[in-house]
Design a binder for this molecule. Structure first.
Ligand code: PMP
Length: 283
């Protein structure tokens, strides 16, 4: 596999970052993940805008324009022959003597990119529906920044994995924040499509934004409000969205089946609409 590191395309297993990199020592960096479908990036402008925002929020200069990023990503996808999968980008504050405050002078950010091949369209889990558990949200207070400090999500996903389920829905003060790597939606028994409003408490999902726009276009109304954890077992449907899962129906939460235990009509419809949207992606 070919990776991209600091201006160079090279074999992934030869890519090396110094141990004094602030990403390694402090998790002082951010990342971004975009899907690849038919060899093309999906909704990449949104991902690059969020990358730029994450960097700005923590005071790392964006080393590339959106056009440059997209060219590099497209080159990497081409070199790896990826038809379906992901592009991962990571930018850290760079290599410096260990000190919590930012290094003095113009330290170059460390830029890493690699691709992963993954079946997105023919994901058997989307047919049967995924299962989820709820876990406490152990994260910091700026979850709108796509930080590489992911320990809480690692522990949440490990709990899910040990429970034999696909995703962990994180709960704080009785309210669902988001999935360990996804945005949570429910459809109430009254038929309302609900997701949490954006704030510092959650990552502004790029898939979330596209799904809400698609819902709007098809005349499906939605509410942006907090979801109480107690609403989950009562919901008619639940699903989660992310660049890598697209729209994933959830059929069981904490061991209790939702509705009739099969992917619901709203989740299935939005999954189809999102596929059609992803197919139209340009890059
Ligand atoms: N929330 C969290 C915590 C995530 O890690 C992700 C996946 N990056 C999402 C939401 C979904 O964001 P997106 O749709 O942009 O992939």
């Amino acid at each position: 596999r070919t990776a991209y590191l600091n201006g160079e395309f090279l074999p992934l297993d030869e890519a090396r970052v110094p141990v004094m990199d602030r990403g390694f020592l402090f998790a002082d960096g951010i990342y971004e993940v975009a899907a690849v479908l038919h060899g093309r990036l999906v909704d990449n402008a949104g991902h690059l805008a969020r990358l730029d925002r994450s960097l700005a929020e923590i005071g790392i200069r964006n080393p590339h324009t959106a056009e440059e990023w997209e060219r590099l990503e497209t080159d990497l996808v081409g070199k790896n022959g990826v038809r379906e999968g992901l592009v991962y980008i990571q930018v850290t504050r760079g290599v410096a003597e260990r000190d919590f405050s930012f290094p003095k002078g113009d330290v170059a950010p460390t830029v890493l990119m690699f691709t992963q091949e993954k079946s997105i369209v023919n994901n058997p889990m989307a047919e049967t529906g995924a299962r989820a558990i709820t876990v406490p949200d152990l994260r910091w207070k700026r979850r709108d920044i796509k930080s590489v400090a992911l320990l809480a999500q690692v522990l949440a996903k490990q709990q899910a994995s040990e429970a034999g389920v696909a995703e962990a829905f994180m709960v704080e003060d009785g309210v669902v924040t988001e999935g360990s790597s996804s945005t949570v939606f429910i459809v109430t028994k009254g038929g309302a499509l609900v997701t949490r409003p954006l704030s510092h408490a959650v990552l502004p999902g790029i898939t979330r934004k596209a799904v809400l726009a698609l819902a709007d276009e098809t005349g499906l109304s939605f509410e942006e409000r907090l979801i109480n954890a107690r609403e989950l077992p009562e919901a008619a449907e639940a699903f989660y969205t992310s660049a890598s899962a697209f729209v994933m129906p959830v059929v069981e939460i904490d061991g209790k089946p939702l509705g009739d235990g099969r992917p619901g009509p709203v989740a299935r419809r939005l999954r189809e609409l999102y596929f059609a949207f992803a197919e139209r992606s340009e890059a």
